[in-house]
Design a protein around this ligand. Structure first.
Ligand SMILES: Nc1ncnc2c1ncn2[C@@H]1O[C@H](COP(=O)(O)OP(=O)(O)O)[C@@H](O)[C@H]1O
Ligand SMILES: O=c1ccn([C@@H]2O[C@H](COP(=O)(O)O)[C@@H](O)[C@H]2O)c(=O)[nH]1
Length: 604
């Protein structure tokens, strides 16, 4: 026997006529006066079964409480990790897992399945503000025995009430813990975050053994980026000054140990540069072993900062500053030969001292501290400065990143579809408060279709050969077919048609998130395909505008296999936490619920 909630109604915009599964009609008045018809589980279909008649995929079907225990629900949501989040405007929403580091490696031909505890990570990319919330799925009232498909808190309001409450400023699940909306402190925090993030420099780390050619590589990068503002910061500048006692026994001092560096001072300097402030960087003197002999070097903030040094990848806090990590990998004998020449010629040291230092400190430290950091590198350059192909590729990548939005420089998983005047034009119309509903829907649909197509382009594929009508072989690709969509009620429903148009018969689930949380719960309703764990998930949410600093954690911990695709990134938030320039209440505008004269009523 099956039991559960069945709420299926058609909204004027999206429900095809004649869909058979409507059993309960339900509509509500939005705060703005329009009538909104919730679309909970409406007309969701199964792969190859566009009528949604299969019991497997009929998400509007009834729900058995015993087959959907909290545990099974949790497991299924754990698996929601194979996701793509699609959005227009500032949309960026994803479900991700808590521990990115212990995930199985991404295999682009295999959907990822995991039973680990999930964290729902809500992401918003608002111009240069990254804000949002993170909350753990396990905290979402599993113990109340609530059934799959029901709204989730025992003392929660009805789904309809919650949708009603969700109208107004669209926050898509803003977690308001510790955040008092509309107070001036928060406003200030938001503004300053926006300012800081506005000019995030691109930070490149270059590590490798002493005399491996790090400086040579940096010089080549700087030379090729002559039209950009690039600064080089050497880890050498942050050597601790030697005490008088250490100076008397300098040959016993280990300059290759991580403790030889004042990493706190380096972090301080980087903090300033990242926040667009000039900084004075000491100049280390290899002869006196002091960094206060020469005047400090004034370093101005720049678009690109190169951090170079033997142990620059050693401290995780320094590594975390980097957008790109390069390890210069040069043979030990080449390094030694270069070092002997450099230290005898440039530093006037005698060869025995150089060899002693090498065997006592330099080589052991390379093996113990430097080589183990090679694993952190994004790029390993064999032969150092001789490798022109590698430096060309690196410079190309940096140029691409510099041409992108700041957020894309920092977060490799964020994709903004390439802007063209057509796209700008559609945004112009959608954002224009004077645009009629008819035009808004028309242009939003066009734009959404592009975002969906773009998102689908990120799906895994295999090579496929076909025979053309001219009997020729064409080598192409075959995209993964195990897909499903999950729309975030309700504005996400505006994207369902585009997804259906691109993927015939695709299953689409739904989630409802309450912006302020209902009894501490933000995930209010969910209806997901049973076999979601075997599918790649496209999460649909057109606009996302939220407001806590906790969100940056979400973006930073975003596993690579979760991608966010959007058509534009907003400038920021205003004092009322509305996305600016924004496009207003997209759901209301799209579904017509902001228009008293045109109520949307379900077909009876
Ligand atoms: N490709 C190369 N061929 C010959 N000598 C090199 C090459 N790259 C660097 N050197 C020399 O080796 C020494 C160390 O190079 P450098 O780039 O300063 O290494 P690091 O910054 O890793 O200490 C320098 O004297 C430099 O002139
Ligand atoms: O006073 C000092 C300080 C450092 N060293 C050696 O320098 C290298 C690191 O510099 P690179 O430019 O990266 O080669 C390191 O191996 C130290 O041993 C020194 O000899 N004296």
């Amino acid at each position: 026997m099956t039991r559960g909630i069945l709420i299926t109604v058609s909204s004027r915009q999206t429900a095809p006529k004649g869909r058979a599964n409507t059993t309960t009609g339900l509509s509500l008045h939005s705060k703005l006066g329009g009538v909104y018809t919730p679309d909970l589980g409406r007309d969701t279909t199964v792969d190859g079964d566009p009528n949604g008649t299969s019991s497997e995929g009929n998400l509007c079907g009834e729900v058995s409480s015993d087959t959907h225990t909290p545990e099974s629900r949790r497991r299924r949501c754990d698996r929601l990790a194979t996701n793509y989040a699609l959005g227009i405007g500032s949309a960026a929403y994803s479900l991700t897992q808590q521990s990115a580091s212990d995930q199985p490696a991404y295999n682009h031909r295999q959907p990822l399945i995991s039973n680990r505890r999930s964290t729902f990570t809500l992401l918003a990319s608002l111009g240069n503000v990254i804000i949002g919330s993170v909350y753990e799925y396990e905290s979402l009232n599993h113990s109340n025995g609530c059934r799959w498909g029901h709204h989730m808190g025992s003392s929660s309001k009805s789904v309809v009430d919650l949708i009603e409450a969700s109208s107004g400023v669209h926050f898509s699940g803003l977690h308001l813990d510790g955040l008092e909306p509309r107070n001036s402190e928060v406003e200030q925090r938001t503004t300053s975050a926006a300012e800081h993030l506005h000019k995030q420099p691109f930070v490149i780390g270059v590590a490798g053994g002493a005399a491996s050619g790090k400086k040579a590589v940096c010089d080549m990068i700087i030379e090729q980026l002559h039209d950009q503002r690039v600064v080089l910061v050497n880890q050498d500048s942050f050597y601790h000054n030697l005490t008088p006692e250490e100076l008397t026994r300098v040959h016993e001092y280990n300059f290759d140990h991580p403790d030889a560096f004042d990493t706190e001072q380096l972090l301080c300097a980087m903090e300033k540069l990242k926040h667009w402030q000039a900084v004075d960087i000491p100049k280390y003197d290899f002869k006196s072993y002091k960094s206060n002999v020469f005047p400090a070097r004034r370093v101005n903030p720049s678009d690109v900062i190169i951090l170079e040094g033997i142990l620059i990848f050693h401290d995780p806090r320094v590594r975390d500053l980097m957008n790109m990590k390069i390890f210069v990998d040069t043979d030990a004998d080449v390094r030694l030969a270069r070092r002997i020449r450099r230290d005898t010629v440039e530093k006037s040291r005698d060869i025995n001292t150089v060899l002693d230092q090498y065997s006592k400190f330099v080589k052991p430290a390379f093996d113990d501290f430097i080589l183990p950091t090679k694993k952190y590198a994004d790029i390993i350059i064999p032969r150092g400065g001789d490798n022109h192909v590698a430096t060309d590729l690196i410079v190309q990548h940096i140029r691409t990143k510099l041409g992108q939005h700041d957020l894309c420089k920092i977060y490799p998983n964020l994709y903004v579809i390439q802007s063209a005047f057509q796209i700008k034009g559609m945004h112009t119309l959608i954002r224009d408060a004077q645009t009629t509903k008819h035009d808004l829907v028309f242009y939003a649909d066009r734009l959404i279709r592009l975002v969906v197509e773009h998102g689908l382009g990120h799906l895994p594929f295999t090579e496929k050969q076909v025979i053309t009508p001219t009997d020729s072989v064409y080598t192409g690709v075959d995209f993964c077919k195990r897909l499903c969509g999950v729309s975030v009620i309700r504005s996400g429903e505006s994207m369902e048609n585009a997804l259906r148009a691109c993927c015939k018969g695709i299953k689409i689930g739904k989630i409802l998130i309450h912006r302020e949380g209902d009894n501490g719960q933000q995930l209010i309703y969910e209806k997901l395909p049973n076999d979601i764990s075997d599918r790649h998930v496209l999460l649909l949410d057109p606009i996302l505008g939220t407001g806590t600093s906790r969100c940056s954690r979400g973006l930073q911990t975003l596993p690579e296999r979760i991608k966010i695709v959007t058509s534009e990134i907003e400038v920021g938030l205003n004092k009322d936490f509305r996305v600016i320039p924004g496009m207003g209440e997209f759901g209301d505008r799209y579904f017509g619920t902001d228009d008293d004269d045109q109520p949307v009523v379900p077909p009876q």
